[in-house]
Write a protein that binds this ligand. Structure first.
Ligand SMILES: Cc1cc2nc3c(=O)[nH]c(=O)nc-3n(C[C@H](O)[C@H](O)[C@H](O)COP(=O)(O)OP(=O)(O)OC[C@H]3O[C@@H](n4cnc5c(N)ncnc54)[C@H](O)[C@@H]3O)c2cc1C
Length: 241
């Protein structure tokens, strides 16, 4: 089966932290996309020595407005000297691109256990932002969203996560590793997760973002006898080209 490809154009490009921009693309052709919250797409950045240059980004939100135009939102962090970083951080509205996908299995399963931990560092919380409507409706499960960053100024989507955490079955734990701030946990997401005493009998975990964090938390959960299917992972690994 061929991979679906989409022509899109940049609708807006906004700085949301000193190192992260929110980019919204509009689908031009085809005009709709079927995706599951938690999935990602790949942007084609051209070719180098006949090799395609692609970069993947998690869908943070998708909306279709009254005239049936579909908008897809991404949060992209800056990597010094990075090809995509330089392109996206300087991109002007109207820029046309090709995107393929959606891909990935970091999606909420039909059957969920008693508790679900959604753990992300930096832009690794994007998939959980896209799950917000599902989280709201899955009231039989207790959700814990753990967002890790160094400083409060590096966090985004705080209003969205705080709003969903007003529901009894949802808890939001913003964790800051380099400073202490009221309403935030001091330390790494790993430590907060340990405090919540993950239990393979009742819990499942989703891990996304920094590959070191994902590996570290996965090892910790394996030691607690979580099975591979009880831990879903998406590592933001760098591309080789
Ligand atoms: C499934 C998936 C989903 C992803 N989703 C997102 C997302 O939603 N938001 C997002 O911001 N990123 C996401 N990424 C990462 C993204 O695809 C790119 O790898 C990232 O934007 C860097 O690309 P670049 O072209 O700017 O840097 P490159 O040109 O690939 O790299 C430039 C240099 O920086 C190094 N480098 C690359 N990335 C980092 C890093 N993070 N830290 C330190 N050094 C680095 C490289 O080794 C290289 O030397 C995702 C990755 C995957 C695999």
């Amino acid at each position: 089966m061929s991979i679906p490809s989409f022509q899109v154009h940049l609708e807006s490009n906004e700085e949301i932290t000193p190192n992260v921009r929110k980019l919204v693309f509009r689908l031009d052709d085809p005009k709709t996309i079927t995706y599951k919250p938690g999935q990602f797409v790949s942007f084609m950045l051209g070719t180098e020595d006949d090799r395609p240059i692609k970069r993947s980004y998690s869908i943070a939100n998708m909306e279709t407005n009254s005239d049936n135009s579909t908008y897809i939102e991404f949060v992209i962090s800056y990597v010094d000297g990075g090809k995509a970083s330089n392109l996206f951080f300087n991109a002007e509205p109207g820029m046309e691109m090709e995107m393929t996908g959606p891909f990935g299995l970091l999606c909420l399963t039909e059957e969920l256990p008693k508790r679900v931990f959604l753990v992300g560092t930096g832009t690794g919380v994007a998939p959980y932002r896209s799950m917000i409507e599902q989280i709201k409706s899955r009231t039989d499960t207790e959700f814990h969203i753990l967002f890790g960053a160094q400083y409060l100024q590096d966090m985004f989507y705080l209003d969205d996560f705080k709003a969903v955490a007003l529901l009894d079955h949802v808890h939001f734990h913003p964790c800051l590793s380099r400073e202490e701030k009221p309403g935030c946990v001091a330390g790494y997401v790993q430590n907060k997760l340990k405090e919540l005493e993950p239990n393979p009998e009742t819990d499942m975990a989703y891990l996304c973002g920094n590959p070191n964090m994902v590996d570290e938390v996965f090892e910790m959960l394996k030691e607690k006898e979580f099975g591979v299917k009880q831990v879903k992972r998406e590592k933001y690994v760098f591309s080789r080209f």
